[in-house]
Design a protein around this ligand. Sequence first.
Ligand code: M6R
Length: 592
Amino acid sequence: MCGIVGYIGRMRSDEILLKNLKKLEYRGYDSSGIAVLKNNEIIVRKESGCIANLEKTVEEIYGSCGIAHTRWATHGKPTKENAHPHTSSDNEWAIVHNGIIENYGELKEDLISKNISFSSETDSEVVAQLLSVEKNENLMERVIDVCGKLVGSYALICVNKNTPNTLYLAKQKSPLYVGIKSGEVFVGSDPICLSGMVDNYYSLEDGEFCQASSEKLVFFDSYKNIINKASVKLENINYNSGLGDYPHYMLKEIEEVPSVLRRVVDVYKQSNILDKIDISNVNKIIIVGCGTAYHAGLMGSKYIERLVRIDCSCHVASEFRYSDPIIDDKTLAIFVSQSGETADTISALDLAKSKGAKIVALTNVLYSTVAKKSDIILPVCAGPEIAVASTKAYSAQITVFYMLAKCLQNKVFSKNVDYFGEVEKLSDALKQIDFEDVRELSKVLVDKKEAFFIGRNRDYVTSEEASLKLKEITYINSSAYPAGELKHGFLALIENDTYVFMIATEKDLLEKTLNGAFESMARGGKIFAFSQFDLKKYESENFKYIKMPNLNEEVMPILSISYFQMLSYLTSIAKGLNPDKPRNLAKSVTVE
Ligand code: M6R
């Protein structure tokens, strides 16, 4: 994971680098660091923890150019020593790296045998050391030579103390963008770092390199040939508009859901994007994603199979890519990713593409790698999502899936059912919910070590997502079970006062789901039943009922997840945690 930035120009490089680095904190916040070239010296500052810690310790260091890094630890603890930038032992080179050098072990052994000593436990440091050991006098070529020895993924920005006006860039499987305007160069892992600074930018492809100076950008292939690259107009890049009066992004993003749903409806009403999805020659649909995006895909598969009557399955990207899946040109493959940069999802997409599948991206970031590699893009329209825990993007993703399934159902069965109206009603209903019950519930949940979620069919998918949200930001050990599976193991976990959240929004399955709840209650479990159906008659000391608004059953999952997003948020706050930055996690998982 990690985010990297670079800058050449007349402005204070420390300020520019830190400002842009903060935009990348979603990629990791284990440590951060900065290196600036000044009077033919490389000045480095690093700190463990988030960028605010680095900011406190960085006094004015401005030279003609610099690099900076925010880290999500892969190799070595999140300490100051392991923070980037890494320098070569002779202090000639400094580098920042995003990715994983898979063969760093053997490279390191070889360098140690040449009396090079290492000062970190990271895989990345080998790059800095190799750069000083290699002999090529042409420094860009030297970077290309070193990259020829690396196996794995990398976006690299390198500086050499003797070329104070130059950044050397390399890209393999991790994103890297560069732009130049009026003698200033901006580099970053995400074009948001270039936003407002340049009008056009260049997106490096795998195996491409760039020698960037304030005069020009020169691009190379891995054979050291100069290549011409087309620039991309910098547009559609939304960066977060700040917290406003909110204490946390997560709360802001949950509260944005009603307006996001309106936007989704407006965008899809005004365009014919859904109509572009042609399944006349398709015999199966597969959906792939990770984490919350996987859960959105699971919900999507429930909608599509039920409404369109076509074989549709959903897969975790990291499993899918190694499972030798049966895919051909009659497969429609939908890749779900908020960021569009999740490494496993991208590899799964490449695999499906290589087997001839038609590729659809369901993503929130229209310039992302997943979007670029797809035949059709279904925009999520959630706006920038900053909190690590995905909330509004999930709600928007399942809304798009609902609309897609309804649109395909209309096509396949020659119907003309309106579905936009249902989402609009849902958006209005969501605005009215005060979440008072949930606030009360969070006060008791705060002391719990574990919690369970049960539901059937779509409510089981909501249970999975609710459980992920809770564990992610409260660290309460939670799991989800299909409500019909309880007797097959789950009940062994029930003790006096074990919390079980029951979700029941499908009328046909209500009685069956309730049976599971009662079986848990009979063994001491405390049930919190979330439903739009009237369950008042069951209320007791151990059966609490949280009534949800009564809407069309099909859209209830979009509504019900809001309760659990809010419950997780309030519980996290009650525990004194930072819901926006849960420990050990990052917003965008750009390494395998
Ligand atoms: O950007 P993506 O949607 O591809 O991210 C996938 C997961 O990393 C992400 O959903 C993760 O599970 C969230 N932190 C969950 O809240």
